[in-house]
Ligand binder design. Structure first.
Ligand code: GLN
Length: 542
């Protein structure tokens, strides 16, 4: 089969869920046996989101091959169970950088280098890159931003050209918003009409419209939109708000989105997509009545996208354990020894979040001391694990000013220190220890028990590490290094065997948790939290 290209654009407003629609379509096509990948093209100038503050762009997702990526790639992986890579996330910055490098090398042979054709050709090359590997039947490309943005114009021009060149092998899905005006008690189609018109002015006729809406869109309104937008009525699909993003693939299938796409692209198909495991997951989610309460201690509590992969991984684990997840965000800057009981006391388990820099760090130590002393299941991730080490050094080993050299370069006890290979790096972008590395787990440890194996591979994003010269003192005092990289011996996991479940990972297991393949270590943490809840006889219905 010739590789098929599907573009997903968005209009009217941002945050309509293009990533979820792209992921849902990919999920359905994959469940029909097709090989699918999704890529995100972002119009901003940053080379990648790695240097972006979470306030700007939410979580930075990390791929297996060590790319710092848009958080939508997390959704792609969670919905499709297919790994993404550097090639799945391209920004204007990357496109411009590569065109400018070619210009400097003289590749353009004296020509004037322009947006069209040079930038658009580079965009087209990147769009087709994964398709040319022959590994996929469908390449779904989500174009970031909203129709009408100045910066997305070159991408839309590239889509227009590809549509023209590829004919039936190319299809455009446009996601818009149908607002409900409460005062008039009416849904309004005008913004959709304008947005499609703007797309048509750029030479792109959408094949399928997905309408994001709060309320059910009546059939006659759908037909009206179809008529005004030159789209066949059966290709106007609604995406009504649901209580879980994981229901969207089923909603899309109920309106035949997968069949519409296949038919329009001339791809033969029969029967139904194999969605049984997905249905089972949704059933578990809907039938869970008992709760598990997890407190997440971090500094970005007002911005929950900053911890997207963690909250999803917790949700996967809780759902498989038959529980409703109650996730409470606890502001690390506001946590003190005086209010720790009140803020942490009702939790069945505590996560200490990843992060960078000093802000909020003292609250993480408060939480860790409290968790250690109350023996509550605790999971530290990346900076959270480093904080576990620092707090233990200060409070148990008696090394009063122990710290990470990230927070205090002159600490007398640098229990967390800059990795050797990081010492001569000055550029911030893409220079951390990034991507998946092997980790050997100590047999019998909580970590090995969680995974059911002693060799795992998880993703990383850090510059600092456990200082090996302190290892013996930690182990003697009851915090063991239960996971290390087999080649470099970097410490990857620490834990306290004397506690119910007190584990920290230098790596980020949340990045690899998907609906159909949830993270084993998140599952172990949630199970420990449930056991603790049962043991302490808390009421089980929240
Ligand atoms: N700031 C720490 C480091 O660079 C931890 C990073 C993180 O939590 N992702 O090592």
């Amino acid at each position: 089969m010739h590789t098929k290209y599907i573009f997903v654009t968005g209009g009217v407003v941002s945050s309509l869920g293009k990533g979820i629609i792209s992921s849902s379509l990919a999920c359905l096509l994959k469940a029909r046996g097709f090989r699918v990948t999704i890529q995100k093209f972002d119009p901003y100038i940053n080379i990648d989101p790695g240097t972006l503050n979470p306030y700007e762009h939410g979580e930075c997702y990390v791929t297996e091959d060590g790319h710092e990526a848009d958080l939508d790639l997390g959704h792609y992986e969670r919905f499709t169970n297919v790994h993404t890579s550097r090639a799945n996330n391209v920004t204007s910055g990357r496109i411009f950088q590569s065109v400018i490098e070619k210009e400097r090398r003289g590749d353009y042979l004296g020509k004037t280098v322009q947006i069209v054709p040079h930038i658009t050709d580079e965009i087209k090359r990147c769009v087709k890159f994964l398709g040319n590997t022959g590994e996929y039947d469908f390449i779904i490309t989500e174009i970031g931003g909203t129709i009408g943005d100045i910066e997305s114009l070159p991408f839309l021009e590239a889509v227009r050209q590809l549509r023209w060149e590829m004919g039936q092998n190319c299809l455009c899905v446009h996601l818009t918003y149908v607002p409900f005006i409460a005062a008039a008690k009416e849904l309004k189609t005008k913004p959709t009409q304008h947005s499609v018109k703007a797309l048509q002015e750029l030479g792109i006729q959408p094949d399928v419209l997905v309408l994001r809406t709060e309320k059910e869109i009546p059939d006659d309104m759908r037909r009206k939109i179809a008529l005004f937008c030159n789209v066949s009525p059966d290709s106007v699909v609604q995406s009504q708000d649901v209580n879980s993003i994981y229901k969207v693939p089923l909603r899309m299938h109920a309106q035949n989105l997968d069949e519409i796409v296949l038919r329009k692209m001339g791809v033969p198909f029969e029967g139904e997509p194999h969605m049984q495991p997905w249905f089972d997951f949704i059933d578990k989610m809907d039938s869970a009545s008992e709760t598990v309460s997890i407190g997440l201690v971090g500094k970005y509590v007002e911005l929950q996208d900053a911890y997207k992969s963690i909250s999803e991984a917790l949700f996967h684990a809780a759902t498989y354990a038959g529980r409703k997840l109650e996730l409470v965000y606890i502001h690390s800057e506001k946590l003190t020894p005086d209010n720790a009981d009140e803020k942490l006391g009702a939790m069945d388990g505590i996560i200490i979040a990843p992060g960078f820099g000093q802000r909020g760090i003292e609250g993480k130590f408060v939480a860790l001391k409290w968790c250690r002393e109350h023996d509550v299941p605790t999971f530290g991730i990346c900076l959270g694990m480093q904080c576990m080490v620092i707090e233990f050094a200060r409070d148990v080993l008696g090394l009063e000013d122990a710290n990470s050299t990230e927070m205090n370069p002159h600490t007398p006890h640098n229990v967390i220190d800059l990795m050797e290979e990081q010492k001569n790096i000055s550029n911030l972008g893409g220079t951390m220890r990034l991507g998946a590395f092997d980790c050997r787990l100590r047999p019998g440890s909580k970590a090995a028990e969680a995974y059911g194996t002693d060799l795992v591979r998880e993703r990383h994003r850090h510059r600092f590490e456990f200082n090996d010269s302190y290892r013996a003192r930690f182990e003697e005092a009851g915090m063991i290094c239960s996971g290390e990289n087999p080649g470099t011996h970097l410490v990857e996991v620490v834990e306290m065997p004397s506690k119910r479940w007190f584990v920290g990972t230098q790596y980020h297991p949340e990045y690899s948790s998907t609906v159909l393949s949830p993270s084993p270590i998140f599952a172990a943490f949630i199970n420990a939290a449930i056991a603790y809840r049962n043991e302490t006889h808390k009421p089980t219905n929240g």
